[in-house]
Design a binder for this molecule. Structure first.
Ligand code: ADP
Ligand code: MG
Length: 412
């Protein structure tokens, strides 16, 4: 099957080649026809398999053809996503696909001023990509009207319907026409959320691809047992052994992200962090630097685990194991995008073993273990610059202690 064979607008077809898309991926092959027919779809497919284009291609085609037939002002398609970075990324995919059409694509998200977003909204947007908080604000203030929405898409659907977002989504739904097409896309979903998704649409929805192994097959992933305080030595070693690689390191908290960056700084390895406490412009800047290779090591919290598509991420490191088992799938899924291969390593400390067990239960299979023999372990810890640094710090502390003691003695 080729894109050529689909009933999609020629303005889009000729564009796809330019994007390097010659044939559809599995999820595109299976979801484009029902979406074109106007059906509601719940699609589950592994990370990096082209889900964005799986909804963007048919949606752009539908809206383009409708717009050519009759011109109606107002937002026709609303795409909800969990983070600002993802909103920007999805907007750019829609813009590329809609390039030779007259459709206007725009995104709104929090963390930046509202004014400029409002000004643009008055310009007749067809496709709007948004994060829930800002979206809800703009809708309740009357800046965004949703009566004309024909298609609603929830990307990272399970996350959008989960605790943190469900209230905003349900509130937003009240503003949408009841008659509409609804599309849910994600790499993961559980039974509870699936039921919730079904309850939000009236027609039957089709489940597209439900892989037995939620981790994409181009990702080689393994776990190593490492003491909590030794993790930095192993990260340092991995970075030194792969100086040209792009490495994405996931940690549990914002504070840990900053701490790991500082620890690397002390051994002259430069890195950057991305997490919820950073200013929006800094987050975007860092992500772009990582994208273009200026930054080789990026330390992130789970805010960046979902959906972000960066080419050539060689390694994902779970410096801390994720507390939500499905986030394991999303984190390791930042490598091995499209046809690329990727590697993921998880560092598991003795305290984290129960979390590992939960993740393995979620994956329904054990994660490959990389055993580190005693010599290698000792060597990694001993030869690390960080260890040298610690040693120096310890010696200095000991010296100071001695000095203080002798001073005290002398005073007596
Ligand atoms: P997902 O949402 O499934 O995690 P994305 O939509 O972010 O995946 O796509 C992953 C990568 O695959 C992107 O870089 C995208 O450009 C590429 N891609 C998508 N569809 C195709 C295709 N048909 N042919 C080649 N590359 C594709
Ligand atoms: Mg995606």
């Amino acid at each position: 099957m080729k894109f050529e064979d689909y009933h999609i607008a020629p303005e889009i077809k000729r564009n796809l080649e330019g994007l390097g898309f010659t044939k559809p991926t599995d999820i595109q092959y299976r979801s484009i026809p029902p979406i074109l027919k106007g059906e509601d779809v719940l699609a589950i497919a592994q990370t990096g398999t082209g889900k964005t284009a799986a909804f963007a291609i048919p949606v752009v085609s539908i809206l383009h053809e409708r717009k050519m037939a009759r011109r109606i002002e107002g937002i026709k398609c609303l795409v909800m996503v969990p983070t600002r970075e993802l909103a920007i990324q999805i907007t750019s995919v829609f813009e590329k696909i809609a390039r030779y059409t007259s459709l206007k694509v725009f995104s709104v998200f929090g963390g930046v001023e509202q004014g400029p977003q409002i000004a643009r909204l008055e310009n007749g947007i067809d496709i709007l990509i948004a994060t829930p908080g800002r979206m809800f604000d703009l809708v309740s203030q009357g800046y965004i009207r949703l009566q004309r929405v024909e298609i609603l898409i929830l990307d990272e659907a399970d996350h959008m319907l989960d605790l943190g977002f469900i209230k905003d989504i349900q509130d937003l739904m009240k503003f949408l026409p009841r008659k509409r097409q609804t599309l849910f896309f994600s790499a993961t979903i559980n039974e509870k959320i699936k039921k919730l998704a079904y309850s939000l649409v009236h027609n039957a929805i089709r489940i597209q691809i439900s892989p037995k192994d939620p981790v994409a097959r181009n990702i080689d992933h393994s776990v190593a047992f490492v003491g909590m305080d030794d993790k930095r030595f192993f990260l340092e070693r991995l970075i030194r052994e792969h100086p040209d690689s792009k490495i994405l390191v996931f940690v549990r908290t914002k504070v840990r992200a900053e701490r790991v960056m500082k620890a690397l700084e002390r051994v002259t390895i430069s890195s950057q962090t991305i997490h919820g406490d950073k200013e929006q412009k800094d987050r975007l800047q860092v992500l772009n630097q990582f994208r273009n290779g200026e930054v080789k090591v990026l330390i992130a919290t789970d805010v960046s685990a979902r959906g972000i598509d960066i080419a050539n991420v060689d390694y994902v490191v779970n410096y801390d194991l994720p507390e939500q088992p499905e986030n394991y799938v999303h984190r390791v899924g930042r490598t091995g995008r499209g046809t690329q291969k990727g590697q993921a390593f998880s560092f598991c400390s003795p305290d984290e073993k129960p979390i590992l067990a939960e993740i393995e239960q979620y994956l329904t299979k054990p994660i490959k273990v990389v055993y580190i023999d005693n010599n290698t372990y000792k060597e990694t810890v001993d030869t690390s610059d960080a260890a040298q640094f610690d040693l120096k710090a310890l010696m200095k502390e000991a010296e100071e202690f001695e000095m203080n003691r002798s001073r005290k003695k002398r005073k007596k």
